[in-house]
Design a protein around this ligand. Structure first.
Ligand SMILES: C[S@@+](CC[C@H](N)C(=O)[O-])C[C@H]1O[C@@H](n2cnc3c(N)ncnc32)[C@H](O)[C@@H]1O
Length: 277
């Protein structure tokens, strides 16, 4: 994992606040997984699995860490659960609150850093969920350990939409994914020629002084998260793995085409569900 001192950690958090506040109003439109049928259906299946494991509880209390504009939170609310939606970006939470039509009285939103919040939690939640959040955090290992402690006995940890380590994806698949990224950039430039200037600026390192450093905000995205290490942390914290899966990122066009033509899927993302004993 990337080494982080406190100064770098503060910058990573700051750039996340700036980037997500800037993008909050266009986030759903710009992120294809929010509309992707297969991704959303697979999440509904995971939710049903969680619900059956918690069926004995009268009220399920869930912490959605990095809740964003509510991709997971809104579905948890539809299940009748009580949700604490935590995010470091006030802008993202504002969009989430405006979208709630069902169960608003069961929703609490908290604008805070995940690590700082989790430090103060112990056996508090029946579910702790991370949807595409861990790769934004300075130290995802520390946060995972704290998340395990924040679970009540019998509680569930759910992670989805995290990029796997390059070595865990496989070099051939990784090259195809990179090619896919380039194709996506070309596609964007063909549709919006002004995008060429942004790309050229980035290549020539001509960024403005106040420009958001997205490589800090997306801190672990290029290297990925170590799935084996995540599983080892859960085991050491007394959790049992119930489900582990890898899947392709649906936003990429090549990925979609390959899946359609030959049922080949570039499995660059992972998800898991584990229960505290
Ligand atoms: C890729 S978005 C995912 C949002 C949502 N979970 C989903 O599934 O669509 C990641 C979210 O994590 C939040 N985030 C980033 N760093 C954070 C931190 N240190 N603590 C809490 N939330 C953070 C961002 O503001 C953003 O809303």
């Amino acid at each position: 994992m990337l080494e982080v001192d406190s100064e770098l950690a503060a910058k990573v958090r700051q750039e996340n606040i700036r980037m997500h506040n800037r993008d909050s109003r266009v986030y759903d439109m710009r992120h294809p997984y929010m509309r992707d049928k297969a991704f959303q259906e697979s999440f509904q299946a995971d939710l049903a699995l969680m619900d059956s494991s918690l069926a004995h509880l009268e009220q399920v209390r869930v912490l959605d860490c990095g809740a964003g504009t509510g991709n997971l939170t809104l579905k948890f609310l539809d299940f009748g659960w009580r949700v604490t939606a935590l995010d470091i970006s006030g802008g993202m939470l504002e969009v989430l609150r405006a979208k709630v039509s069902n169960g608003g009285d069961r929703l609490e939103t908290i604008e805070a850093d995940a690590e700082e919040y989790l430090l103060r939690q112990e056996s508090s939640f029946d579910v702790v969920a991370f949807g595409a959040t861990l790769h934004h955090l300075p130290d995802y290992v520390a946060v995972l350990e704290l998340a395990c402690k924040a679970l009540k006995p019998g509680g569930l940890l759910y992670i989805t939409g995290e990029p796997a380590l390059v070595e865990q994806v496989g070099p051939g698949e990784f090259r195809l994914l990179r090619l896919d990224e380039y194709l996506n950039v070309c596609y964007k430039m063909a549709r919006r020629p002004q995008h060429i200037l942004t790309v050229l600026g980035k290549l020539l390192n001509l960024s403005r002084r106040d420009e958001i450093d997205e490589s800090l905000a997306e801190f672990h995205v290029d290297v990925g998260l170590d799935q084996d290490r995540c599983r080892a942390i859960l085991e050491a914290s007394g959790l049992t793995l119930l489900h582990f899966g890898s899947f392709g990122y649906f936003g990429f066009r090549l990925n979609r085409l390959l899946a359609r033509l030959g049922r080949v899927e570039l499995r660059s993302q992972f998800k898991l569900l584990a229960r505290r004993d």
